[in-house]
Design a protein around this ligand. Structure first.
Ligand code: ZN
Length: 187
């Protein structure tokens, strides 16, 4: 990202909005916005394979492993406004497991891009499937979208729920039910 160029664009945007980009409060705003966007879109430059591979461990169990209530903040690609909430990840290993902090970082990596919630959910599930080839994986995201709360329908309390299930989580209703029961305790 060319920070200088982004700063110029934000300055132009402020002018278009009828603001005076030279007044005291806004003087440094283009630089702050550029820095914020650099961080909030840093997920484009991270490699999920590299991220996960250094934290894959051999482990024999075939019990479901759940990492729940992983906070995330993302930006919707339709309005460039935040959506944020919690992500729950479950999988049944087939010889390999991933450190839980890496699952959290994987969620952040995909969240720090312009996203739609459905794709974010699927990308996390597929990345885990590719990395450790588990028997099955399930990802559920509960999120609030500021584009819904601040504009349009103005439904401030609405929550959007998406899920992606692969392998045994897709094939077996009992596995899905176990996953849902384990994450429900948190809501
Ligand atoms: Zn939106």
């Amino acid at each position: 990202m060319n920070k200088q160029r982004v700063q110029e664009l934000i300055r132009e945007l402020l002018l278009e909005l009828g603001e005076d980009p030279d007044r005291e409060g806004l003087e440094r705003t283009p630089a702050r916005v550029a820095a914020a966007y650099e961080f909030l879109t840093s997920g484009y430059h991270a490699d999920p394979k590299e991220l996960i591979n250094e934290a894959v461990f051999v482990h024999d169990a075939d019990q479901m492993i759940v990492a729940r209530d992983l906070d995330f903040y993302s930006i919707c690609e339709h309005h460039m406004l935040p959506f944020f909430g919690r992500c729950h990840v479950g999988y049944i290993p087939s010889g390999k497991v991933i450190g839980v902090s890496k699952i959290a970082r994987l969620v952040d990596m995909y969240a720090r891009r312009l996203q739609i919630q459905e794709r974010l959910t699927e990308q996390i599930a597929h990345a885990i499937e590719e990395a450790i080839e588990p028997r099955g994986v399930g990802v559920t995201i509960h999120a609030r979208h500021l584009c819904m709360a601040m504009r349009g329908v103005e439904k401030t309390d609405s929550m959007m729920v998406t899920s992606s299930v692969l392998g045994s989580f897709r094939a077996s209703e009992a596995t899905r039910a176990e996953f849902m029961a384990l994450i429900r305790q948190s809501q």
